[in-house]
Ligand binder design. Sequence first.
Ligand code: TYD
Ligand code: MG
Length: 453
Amino acid sequence: MAKKSVFICQGCGYESPKWQGKCPDCGNWNSFIEEETNSLRSVIKSKKTKKNTPLKLSEIQTTKKDRILTQIEELDRVFGGGIVKASLTLIGGAPGIGKSTITLQMASYLAPNYKVLYISAEESASQLKMRAQRLGINSENIYILIENRFEVIAETLNDIKPDIVIVDSVQTIYLEEIKSTPGSITQLREITFKFMNYSKRYNFTTIMIGHITKDGAIAGPKVLEHMVDTVLYFEGDKNGYLRVLRSIKNRFGATNEIGIFEMMSKGLKEVKNPSLLFVSLGKEKTPGSALIPIMEGTRPIMIEVQALIIKTEYQIPKRTIVGFDQKRISMLLAILDKYLHLKFATSDVFVNIVGGLKVDETAVDLGVMAALISNFLDVALPSSVAFIGEVGLNGEVRGVTFIENRVKELEKLGIKEVVIAQNNLKPLENLKMAIKITTLSQITDLMRFINLS
Ligand code: TYD
Ligand code: MG
């Protein structure tokens, strides 16, 4: 096959026959690298094609996917109820966040029942052993292979016949027959494709670690995300102890499920009751702090949002938002200005989600606004009240999804009162709960609620 050379954007995989300064697809600068490619497409094309007859949908039998359980609830949930056999999962995360740690721990949870091969091209065998000792892992069923050439790895796979293969990391493994450097788009694509193929053919389950670039994407992201079965991101503040494993894509389960862990001196420990991690219940609230039950996948988690408003010392007031969308806050501030005549034009506004969680749902609007009003007026909200609701541009308070799950979580935590949208009341009417439910339909009602309480 004639070798073809193309320029490939290392950010998104865009291919171009000539070098370009800026990628027309993802907008990255200086991201084009010349790669020699007998690309996947040509590999696929060159295979002999067999005849394939379509089946009638009604006649197709469903096969229940066999799942591998780690027995760690937080992990199994993220995979959609265990890892599907012969699937390939990509775990992305910043360097030092704990990817090698969590995959080694997974190896040890699985080792009693499955043969695990841990392929590392990043660390030496003794470095790995040291980590294992620190984690208290010493299993007969975990094999370590320090190797970065795929050709050699393939032979080992054949010899050892593992059930689980961990690849640390995809960026360091390469195919010798391809000229591009390890970690380049062509290599990443081929290596992933090869592991994917081998997993299905030899019936082993692959967990592949991928580093992410500083802007938070797995290097060569789009290309790999499309190819693999499941994509998980490992998030958290490297200097803090909290870690969140989040499913971004899952061919066999719901996305946006999260597993929450704490980084301890002996590795990652699952957090079974995360609500208690993010809020301090029972304490008197200070002005500017509100409780909100959010949904992470199918699970409700209680968070605390804090707002601080001070007179600005600059010409342009500052908006410092941590864990929440900045544009959304600007919108909420505009609504408060228009309908409640609260003026923020000469104030710096800080909003923070306690505990470092990132929140991406409109159901927190009402709670965020309650925190903003509370700090603006310098009145503390009652300590045992939570808020649920989206707020529209006309100042109307709207109902949100999963209202029952959210309110049940509050009930479980012993919260005394919840403020919700009027049109969210119906599904709650027949539930026997001790929690007091207050309904609102306009943002002006929220002001009244705060002033009365
Ligand atoms: P690591 O798994 O090596 O991260 P990654 O593979 O994502 O680069 O974890 C790195 C950090 O985790 C390191 O700074 C030390 C810390 N750590 C602990 O706090 N406790 C432990 O038991 C282990 C193994 C690591
Ligand atoms: Mg590592």
